[in-house]
Design a protein around this ligand. Structure first.
Ligand SMILES: [Zn+2]
Ligand SMILES: [Zn+2]
Length: 112
């Protein structure tokens, strides 16, 4: 099952995307948010495809389940993105715009 995720940061950066998989493609596709650390681009790519690179600079991308992109604090709520292979914790994440770990992901709906 896929989730509609809203992303926003205190600096004003905001976007949304469809994460996870649909019922048709769950065996091959799991959409997950990632960051290109070379050009600071927020991307959503297929977590199952290990050859994915940044669409802009063709560099390596880092998925947001990497602890280096997260700042955890105290009690955590429910993970906004949770699939069998990709779990995005309820943490403050590195923002591509301001470069601070204060961006939040929020589950706002489902798609399938
Ligand atoms: Zn890039
Ligand atoms: Zn920001």
């Amino acid at each position: 099952m896929g989730g509609i995720i809203k992303v926003n940061c205190e600096c004003g950066f905001e976007t949304d995307f469809m994460g996870g998989s649909g019922s048709e493609n769950f065996e091959t596709v799991c959409k997950a948010p990632a960051l290109c650390l070379s050009c600071n681009k927020f991307v959503v790519e297929n977590y199952m495809d290990k050859g994915v690179v940044c669409p802009d600079c063709k560099g390596k991308i880092t998925y947001y389940d990497d602890v280096n992109l997260q700042e955890r604090e105290g009690e955590e709520g429910e993970a906004p993105v949770k699939t069998t292979i990709f779990i995005l914790p309820d943490a403050k994440c590195l923002c591509p715009k301001c470069g601070k770990k204060q961006m939040k992901f929020k589950h706002v709906g489902c798609w399938a």
